[in-house]
Design a protein around this ligand. Structure first.
Ligand SMILES: *[C@@H]1O[C@H](CO)[C@@H](O)[C@H](O)[C@H]1NC(C)=O
Ligand SMILES: *[C@@H]1O[C@H](CO)[C@@H](O)[C@H](O)[C@H]1NC(C)=O
Ligand SMILES: *[C@@H]1O[C@H](CO)[C@@H](O)[C@H](O)[C@H]1NC(C)=O
Ligand SMILES: *[C@@H]1O[C@H](CO)[C@@H](O)[C@H](O)[C@H]1NC(C)=O
Ligand SMILES: *[C@@H]1O[C@H](CO)[C@@H](O)[C@H](O)[C@H]1NC(C)=O
Ligand SMILES: *[C@@H]1O[C@H](CO)[C@@H](O)[C@H](O)[C@H]1NC(C)=O
Ligand SMILES: *[C@@H]1O[C@H](CO)[C@@H](O)[C@H](O)[C@H]1NC(C)=O
Length: 913
């Protein structure tokens, strides 16, 4: 870049920035049709109500009081008629159109889903994909239109009706029984619409319809373009997808704009890099510029030392920058985009275990872990599902509240499950700021899909749009093709239902997940890894010189080798704490068990008369019977009694938390075992409505305390294969990137809190290497516990170490406490621990004390009308011990009075009627 050019560009750019804010001229004339000013009507016009855009019919009907709260009672069933009807959104007459424009376009960022669009009473187009952006030239229609203020009308056909009609066309293809997992409405595989809209095992089935994203009218002059989408890709020079890049290379910035309209000849393409405070760091022309009639692309090099790295939360700072890209004609910018970006590399390394790894004791097979900026790290997190059936009421505040909980819960990664919807831009923006990595997926799952050319083209358009839309976000961690496609659908369901057609279905699977989706990622981004399915055995081969670079491994496994990721579900509660039944793998992307939401959440959704076990309203909200939390036999067997409905709820939540703790400590210990386990994401972060599910956070944000404690950096944990195994071991596991050193204390007590004379080496020195585990204790229970009543014993263990967080030079102290009981909890001879709670108005902390015994699953609970999270909950207290507990208030309608309603309980209170 020559100095004089840089100066020109800078001068021009400041003009351009001002121009794009106000002054007409080259700027597009854009009318945003969002907001009021719409009418929603049923096709036969028996219902007609004011509507909003973005909108979904159910919410507009609710706002107009045509229906009640869709989430109340049995409305999941009662409101099905809405899904079976067609709905039309009609705009008010559109003001502000210019008569002198050279062309006029409609741009739709999301239509859910089957539409017929008309403008000035003329048919424009039909659409059939919720996840695509659509744009249509309506210049001719406008020219012929006699209304000065034409009307835009969008008819939404009933998705359940239409997919049933598609599925039952004469000669239509079918699939063998047992391959497709249906929920409330059948045939979801026939439409590109959020799969969980048709029901899922954690959510209701409303199949909503409506213009769920903004709609614009765009008017252009003759030599003018409108940028409808763009991609910014930042990667290390020479980087290839799925492979560890050379971290010493400079950054490549590749930018591309997708437009409609006509790009004039002789344009230049320039970029400006700004820091977070908008100080300019660099500016210049992009090189290797390629233009087509729909896009313009160019790239440049950014020196490594010009920028700081972006890191996930807990691993360093979230440094962010702005990149502005302009298309200039005669020194004036007429097309401009701005993206906030971060400089980082993130890959999924699923390459073969190397000889140096074998030499370190790592089991053969393939890797499967994330590397950020060249570093392995432990991914701690959960699975994100659509936080509401109605996306148009999910706003930035809702997601920030959830992300606060994610970070408070010590999580650094969310797997954004498909078969929901692609995450909105504001969600990625927030994740960039919070440092939460988003494992993203194309919206397919738990079914085989059509592979006719129309369907595949539709998917291609969708995937390319989505990949380009979100690629610049440093929080984007991964693209996976779909949910549970390989190990579950192909090699379990197809293999069982149609074993002699397995190859045929593998072929169909590859047509979509390899041949369409791989290029959608690799041709638009070099920075992101792709894998065709979440939960798979990874790839046999990755060769970027091949047309389809990935060769999946499928079931070509070698005994003793480890491949891919694992998931684990087992609803036989007698097996829940059988550690030897848990998977031993590189990465666990799903595992879980149901629990009930709190009584406070139930009250939001059901009538008080329904708050009992046999209420059909309660029963019908469990969409995963019979293994769900309403299967009382699970809990009779497992552990915990029930005094009444509320203590039943508590029991299910404790059982869930105990099961998650048991698995997470097993997976984390695996970081130092031959499996070199480097991540666990439990199922599922949050609820979509008030119901018994796997969620750790209820619909309004209330916590169940699923995993926060066991996601601390340094943890101590017992390990016993199952409750009948004589060997008890204790491990200290650390996910820090440097060694940590300290001490462990362990003491056996009876439940009344009296220390027992059982040798444990009360004080043990411990050092844990980076991302590793150390065994600190091992004993034969038969010998060490002989003469003791095992039902009256609890081992309490504490660890305190000194160490440093990654990318942080400050020495810190890390504490963790855990406990172990040698028999199933239901047999424990608990005593009343005499819990007391007080609130200190000055320090804004609660103090909890156990006065007469050991308290386990000590649980602070707060009344309705508030959403608050305790810094610590579900903990264990020795007799005579106190714990100070801070809290964060996220929503309060009680003027602070909730504090008086805070109660403390523990396992004892809830097993004693
Ligand atoms: C009109 O549509 C509504 C909603 O689909 C339906 O409930 C009603 O029966 C229909 N009325 C007539 C006359 O078809
Ligand atoms: C087009 O018409 C609008 C008013 O409708 C006016 O503001 C604008 O300057 C006109 N543009 C041109 C290029 O004539
Ligand atoms: C509903 O919409 C579909 C698709 O646009 C159409 O085929 C059907 O005729 C419509 N039904 C009614 C009752 O208007
Ligand atoms: C433009 O196209 C050429 C030839 O296909 C290619 O080498 C170059 O990398 C492209 N530029 C960008 C920025 O993609
Ligand atoms: C199975 O994997 C081995 C390498 O591990 C490879 O040589 C062989 O070709 C594979 N078999 C099939 C059927 O893909
Ligand atoms: C271990 O026990 C000793 C003696 O009771 C105490 O001083 C120390 O603080 C304890 N350490 C931990 C990590 O609990
Ligand atoms: C359920 O039992 C607990 C004590 O076990 C008590 O605190 C609570 O009030 C009871 N709830 C109802 C609804 O009876």
């Amino acid at each position: 870049m020559h100095a004089n050019r840089r100066n020109t560009a800078r001068a021009v750019l400041s003009t351009a920035l001002i121009a794009s804010q106000a002054v007409p001229g080259f700027a597009n004339h854009v009318i945003d049709l969002s907001g009021d000013g719409w009418t929603l009507s049923s096709t036969n016009s028996s219902i007609s109500v004011p509507a909003k855009l973005p909108g979904q019919a159910h919410l507009d009907l609710y706002a107009a009081q045509v229906i009640g709260d869709p989430y109340y009672g049995l409305n999941d069933f009662n409101l099905r008629w809405i899904a079976w009807s067609n709905w039309t959104y009609t705009s008010d007459p559109i003001q502000g159109l210019q008569g002198n424009a050279s062309s006029t376009w409609l741009r739709f960022d999301g239509l859910d889903t089957f539409t017929s669009i008309s403008f000035c009473n003329e048919h424009v187009a039909a659409t059939n994909n919720q996840f695509r952006q659509y744009w249509f030239d309506v210049s001719d229609i406008l020219q012929a239109c006699t209304d000065q203020h034409p009307v835009l009308s969008i008819e939404f056909g009933s998705a359940p009706n239409i997919i049933n009609a598609i599925a039952t066309k004469p000669d239509q293809r079918t699939w063998p029984d047992g391959i497709q997992i249906p929920f409330e409405f059948d045939n979801r595989q026939w439409v590109r619409k959020e799969g969980s809209d048709f029901g899922w095992d954690w959510g209701p089935a409303f199949a909503p319809a409506g213009p769920w994203k903004p709609v614009y009218v765009v008017q252009l002059e003759q030599q003018d373009v409108h940028v409808r989408n763009s991609v910014v890709d930042i990667y290390r020079k020479g980087q290839l997808n799925n492979l560890p890049p050379d971290q010493t290379q400079p950054w490549v910035l590749n930018a591309s704009m997708d437009f409609f309209g006509t790009l004039p000849e002789g344009v230049s393409f320039v970029y400006t890099l700004l820091d977070a405070e908008r100080n300019e760091l660099a500016q210049g022309e992009l090189e290797n510029v390629n233009t087509t009639n729909v896009s313009i692309t160019g790239s440049t090099i950014i020196p490594s030392d010009m920028v700081e790295l972006w890191w996930p939360v807990g691993l360093g700072k979230q440094s962010l920058y702005h990149i502005i890209v302009d298309v200039l004609k005669e020194s004036v910018s007429f097309a401009s985009i701005e993206k906030r970006v971060g400089f980082r590399t993130i890959i999924v390394n699923s390459g073969p275990i190397r000889t140096d790894q074998l030499a370190r004791g790592i089991a053969p097979g393939d890797n499967w872990h994330f590397e950020v900026n060249g570093h392995e790290f432990y991914a701690k997190g959960s699975n994100f599902i659509p936080p509401d059936t109605f996306w148009t009421r999910v706003d930035k505040d809702r997601i920030s509240q959830l992300f606060d909980s994610v970070v408070d819960g010590r999580q650094n990664m969310l797997r954004v499950w498909s078969t929901g919807a692609y995450s909105p831009d504001f969600m990625y923006d927030l994740a960039d700021e919070y440092g939460i990595l988003l494992w993203s997926e194309f919206e397919f799952g738990d079914a085989m899909y059509p592979v006719d050319p129309d369907f595949l083209n539709n998917v291609r358009e969708e995937a390319v749009y989505q990949v380009r839309r979100v690629n610049h976000h440093p929080s984007l961690a991964f693209w996976a093709g779909g949910n549970e496609m390989e190990n579950l659908i192909l090699f379990n369901y197809v293999a069982k239902s149609a074993p002699n057609k397995l190859d045929f279905y593998i072929g169909e699977y590859e047509a979509l997940f390899l041949n369409v989706l791989t290029p959608a990622v690799f041709e638009n981004s070099k920075s992101i890894s792709y894998q065709p399915s979440s939960t798979s055995n990874g790839y046999l081969k990755l060769d970027h010189s091949r047309a389809v670079p990935i060769v999946p491994r499928y079931m070509n496994l070698t005994e003793g080798s480890i491949y891919g990721e694992t998931d684990y579900y087992n609803y036989d509660s007698t097996q829940s704490f059988n550690v030897s039944g848990y998977p031993v793998g590189r990465f666990s992307n799903e595992f879980g068990f149901h629990s009930m939401p709190s009584i406070q959440s139930w009250r939001q959704a059901v009538h008080p008369n329904d708050l009992h076990f046999n209420s059909s309203v309660i029963m019908l909200r469990d969409h995963h019977p019979p293994s769900g939390s309403l299967n009382t036999s699970n809990f009779d067997k497992a552990a915990i009694g029930q005094a009444n409905f509320t203590s039943w709820i508590y029991a299910t939540q404790i059982f869930q938390a105990d099961f998650y703790k048991s698995q997470i400590q097993h997976y984390r210990r695996g970081s130092g075992m031959p499996e070199r386990q480097l991540g666990c994401l439990y199922w599922q972060l949050e609820d979509q409505w008030q119901a018994p599910t796997w969620a750790g956070i209820e619909y309004d944000g209330r916590w169940k305390y699923t995993a926060k404690d066991i996601y601390k950096n340094v943890i101590i944990a017992p390990h016993q294969n199952d409750s009948t195994d004589d060997q008890l071991e204790v491990y200290v596991t650390s996910d820090l990137w440097s060694s940590t050193t300290g001490r462990v204390n362990m003491t056996w007590y009876d439940w009344s809190g009296i220390p027992q004379n059982i040798p444990t080496a009360t004080s043990i020195d411990v050092t844990v290497d980076p991302l590793n585990t150390s065994r600190v204790y091992q004993t034969s229970l038969d010998s060490s516990l002989s003469g003791h009543d095992r039902n009256n014993l609890v081992l309490i263990m504490d660890v305190t170490t000194e160490g440093k967080l990654p990318n942080d030079e400050t020495a810190q102290t890390f504490n963790h406490r855990n406990w172990y009981h040698p028999t199933p909890l239901k047999d424990a001879r608990l005593v009343d621990p005499g819990l007391k709670v007080t609130h200190n108005d000055e320090t804004k902390k609660f103090t909890v004390e156990a006065t007469t015994g050991v308290a386990v699953w000590t649980w602070l609970d707060y009344p309705e009308g508030v959403v608050a999270t305790f810094d610590d909950n579900a903990f264990v207290l020795r007799k005579g011990e106190t714990r100070e507990v801070g809290y964060r208030v996220k929503k309060d309608t009680t003027s602070g009075n909730w504090i008086e309603g805070v109660k403390v309980g523990s396992l004892w209170d809830n097993t004693t009627p």
